[in-house]
Design a binder for this molecule. Structure first.
Ligand code: PLP
Length: 425
């Protein structure tokens, strides 16, 4: 039986990993080293010229990182992957490979707040321009395409949770424009959603969240779908044109369906530098072995909490795509049939005061700015992440004064509900 035939749970444990050839160690060791001894001078020269592939320096490649990369590529069904220090570093490397100064990309407004900041502010200083479109209105994405547009960026399960995007419809827009669709699959993980099956070309993750799962390590990853023609019209010169920092090699011509991942590694990681530490790669690998078990429990608990909240008379609304009342229910059945994740929002009839009361009153839930931990997490955006905005601006940003966001953990669900019950009062 080849690795391709194994099921998801088997791959999550075994893909990319072998017993250590030097010691027999069964778990993947933490290769805590900066550099690697060359066999001889020819070997060194071949590595530096990309004539052969191997470890040179941990900023570019490391054996612990490599197991993580193979595992995530296998679970997503991609051709190759590149791990990075964080989810945001993965996004930076993706756009670095695709955009020149003056180029544009389209992103949907319904994104992780940190990505909105990265795209609006820091990317500006690279001369990259983001055009915002509405994820619920695919025609607004098509309307934003110009001759400078080089990519479309969306989330599968979109922030602040409880929404699912129509990946296939959006991928049609990308195909028509001859540009790649990038999907941030962080909130879904490949266990809930497989964006490459629906037309995505590149997947990014914050491994920091559900994939690592324990709230103890930062990481990110880029997965290459191997399904985009980078050579067609000279739109992506970093991939298609001779590269003077590698003896004028043409990366797409040389590396074919793994060329995007190679570009992010040998130019992105080499020159921009956001490598994941071997120890964090190890922690994330350990977390991944139980990914499907955790996601199953995350979704089961979240469905029960969302249903309980919907029946609570102090609650005005619940935004969770697992509820029949959600406008995203049908999309969730199609794209995330095992459940639309564990992050969602609800609104309290008591407005701002009631939101502050809940986050102040919880005991088991942790009041903090993160998602995707084994622990249940809660935040009231109007008094924290969105406190600088007016109430009208908060509502427009989908973070009105009454809104509370939850990331449901894998504790006993009765304990989670009891804690929310006493905090809502
Ligand atoms: C957290 C997050 C990111 C950023 O990842 P970091 O690892 O925090 O840099 C990107 N996208 C989504 C959906 C996230 O939740």
């Amino acid at each position: 039986m080849s690795e391709q035939d194994y099921g998801f749970d088997t791959l999550a444990i075994h893909a990319g990993a072998q017993p250590d050839p030097a010691t027999g160690a069964r778990a993947t060791p933490i290769y805590q080293t900066t550099a690697y001894v060359f066999d001889d001078a020819d070997h060194a020269a071949d590595l530096f010229a990309l004539r052969s592939f191997g470890n040179i320096y941990t900023r570019i490649m490391n054996p612990t990182q490599a197991v993580l990369e193979s595992k995530v590529a296998a679970l997503e069904g991609g051709t190759a992957a590149v791990a990075t220090a964080s989810g945001h570093a993965a996004q930076l490397l993706v756009f670095h490979a695709l955009l020149n100064p003056g180029d544009e990309f389209i992103a949907t407004r319904q994104l992780y707040g940190g990505s909105i900041n990265q795209f609006n502010h820091s990317f500006k200083s690279f001369g990259w321009k983001v055009a915002w479109a509405d994820a619920d209105d695919v025609s607004s994405i098509a309307a934003a395409v110009t001759d400078k547009t080089k990519a479309i960026f969306i989330e599968s399960i979109a922030n602040p949770g409880g929404r699912v995007n129509d990946i296939e419809a959006i991928s049609e827009v990308a195909k028509k424009a001859g540009i790649p669709l990038i999907v941030d699959n962080t909130l879904a993980t490949p266990w809930l959603c497989k964006p490459f099956d629906h037309g995505a070309n590149i997947i990014t993750h914050s491994l920091t969240k559900f994939i690592a799962g324990h709230g103890n390590s930062m990481g990110g990853i880029i997965v290459d779908g191997g399904n985009f023609d980078w050579g067609k019209d000279g739109k992506y010169p970093m991939l298609s044109e001779p590269n003077s920092s590698y003896n004028d090699i043409k990366l797409y011509e040389t590396f074919g369906n793994i060329a995007f991942a190679i570009t992010c590694r040998v130019l992105g990681l080499r020159d921009l530098g956001p490598a994941i530490s071997p120890t964090n790669a190890f922690n994330i690998l350990t977390g991944m072995e139980t990914l499907s078990l955790r996601m199953e429990r995350h979704c089961e608990n979240t469905q029960k909490v969302a249903e309980w909240l919907e029946a609570n008379d102090k609650v005005e609304y619940v935004n969770y795509a697992g509820l029949k009342s959600s406008p995203y229910y049908d999309l969730a059945q199609k794209y995330t049939p095992r459940g639309p994740g564990a992050v969602f929002t609800f609104g309290l009839k008591g407005g701002y005061e009631a939101g502050v009361k809940v986050v102040s009153g919880v005991n088991l839930l942790s009041h903090l700015a993160n998602v995707g931990d084994t622990r249940s997490l809660i935040i009231h955006p109007a008094s924290t992440t969105h406190s600088q905005l007016t109430p009208e601006q908060q509502s427009k940003a989908g973070a009105g004064p009454e809104l509370v966001r939850l990331s449901i953990g894998i504790e006993n669900v009765d304990d989670i509900i009891a804690d929310l019950d006493q905090a809502i009062g």
